[in-house]
Design a protein around this ligand. Structure first.
Ligand code: GLU
Length: 445
């Protein structure tokens, strides 16, 4: 049993989307590849914004994708652990109360920027005497609690970005507890990662500065610093920010649009890496070929349209047994389901396209007949025997039509296909004909 432990730590304040799916997937794959442990950690220390419905939705989405977790942890149930860590930081002199209002902080930042300095918290609160603090507390209520960074360089070998070095003096001492006593994610995450033995943390590159401060906090609390890797953020196909569109790129939205889980996972496990996107049949297979070293730091372009050809590909590989419920739901009689699926499987993009196909077979297609083909089609349809048809019918019929009209090749087949199915493309006509319950062109002829 490998000692690798990873976690996916969503805040239940919304649905998961393609952006955080990458984080979930990478952490899942690292754990699965090594036979390690994958923890689903619900970051719900914000009681106002965290909602149970989102916790349920996150689980449902991950289950649909097949990203199963070994255990669930909830930060809201571990508040005593965070309080204990806060006490320890206080005892060490690494934690201090600060009373600036947001407006005062904003003013300080503006002044620093005007002077061409980085907007780093000036640590004024460190100079307050006990009397001054008591006075401020009486006037303003409790302050926030900041972690006192050691002002030296913080370095780590990032699993994706390579060697990182950040000057702690250029970073504000992070607020870990708000004035209303709410524990913020940074403290909770550090305590959890340490106590849960997390060995590898992969998250978005928007967390790089957090990582720097968290490394110092983990060291202060006597924990082992995990390996960190920061994946690039997704952009739209043109490199545009994706943040505004993430609502419609939620996992549940993509599912509703018919995207198949293996299409989504196969794309996400390779997008932004030097390895080509290849459709895989199972998460185990994806895990086998997964290699974090292959990912680059450049923003990763994501085009949702890429999911549909992959989805079509997934469906082509499905047997009737795997889709039978949905096929029957479309109204296909059980004894025709096998023939129907064999015919349409290669001609659909998403599974719900079976509805359109069955409607076409059962109700008949609006015939498309070009003016110059009108006579030819009428003559051909007169030669078409009454059904039911079998797989030989098309061949025999078109041979007869050919003999009678002298037409051949495309000029023979295309007008008949369009008259019977209303489309210029589609499955093999010898398989289509037996499934056609109604031939409108024949009725009209
Ligand atoms: N709840 C944090 C987020 O969603 C977790 C970040 C992390 O992986 O540490 O951004």
């Amino acid at each position: 049993m490998s000692a690798i432990v990873t976690r996916f730590a969503p805040s239940p304040t919304g649905y998961i989307h393609v952006g955080n799916l990458r984080t979930a997937l990478f952490n899942f794959l690292i754990a699965r590849k090594s036979g390690g442990t994958f923890i689903l950690r619900i970051d719900d220390t914000d009681p106002e914004r965290s909602k149970q419905e989102y916790v349920d939705a996150i689980k449902e989405d991950l289950e649909w994708l097949g990203l199963t977790w070994d255990r669930v942890e909830r930060q809201s149930e571990r508040l005593d652990r965070y309080a204990e860590a806060a006490d320890r930081l206080r005892e060490m002199g690494r934690f201090y109360e600060a009373f600036e209002t947001p407006m005062e902080l904003d003013l300080k930042r503006k002044k620093q920027l005007n002077m061409g300095k980085p907007p780093v918290y000036d640590r004024a609160a460190l100079g307050l005497s006990d009397d001054e603090k008591a006075k401020l507390r009486a006037e303003r209520g409790d302050g926030v609690w900041r972690f006192k960074l050691d002002q030296q360089r913080i370095e780590w070998a990032d699993g994706i970005l390579g060697d990182i070095s950040i000057d702690a003096a250029s970073v504000s001492d992070p607020v870990l507890i708000r004035a209303d006593k709410q524990v913020l994610y940074t403290l909770a995450s550090v305590v959890d990662d340490t106590e849960m033995g997390v060995t590898h943390v992969v998250r978005g590159s928007d967390h790089v500065t957090n990582t720097a401060t968290q490394i110092q906090m983990i060291e202060a609390l006597g924990g082992t610093v995990p390996s960190f890797a920061h994946h690039s953020l997704l952009t739209g196909p043109q490199g545009e920010a994706l943040s505004k569109r993430l609502g419609v790129l939620s996992i549940r939205d993509l599912r509703a649009r018919g995207v198949e889980p293996m299409a989504l996972l196969s794309l996400m496990a390779r997008l932004g890496s030097s390895q080509p996107v290849e459709l895989r049949e199972s998460v185990e297979e994806i895990a086998e070929g997964f290699d974090l070293d292959q990912f680059g730091s450049a923003p990763t372009k994501f085009d949702e349209n890429d999911l549909f050809p992959l989805t079509a590909h997934v469906l082509q590989g499905r047997s009737l047994a795997q889709v039978k419920d949905r096929v029957l739901q479309a109204g296909v009689p059980e004894d025709q389901a096998e023939a129907f699926w064999t015919v349409v499987r290669d001609n659909i993009t998403v599974l719900s396209d079976v509805d359109g196909w069955w409607k076409m077979f059962s109700e008949g297609a609006e015939p498309v007949i070009e003016e110059e083909d009108r006579e030819f089609v009428a003559e051909a349809l007169a030669l078409l025997p009454e059904g039911p048809y079998d797989s030989e019918t098309w061949g025999k019929w078109t041979a007869e039509v050919k003999a009678a009209t002298g037409r051949k090749g495309r000029g023979l087949f295309m007008p008949l296909r369009k008259a019977l199915t209303g489309q210029a493309h589609g499955p093999d006509m010898s398989q289509v004909l037996p499934l056609l319950q109604v031939i409108k062109a024949k009725q009209g002829a």
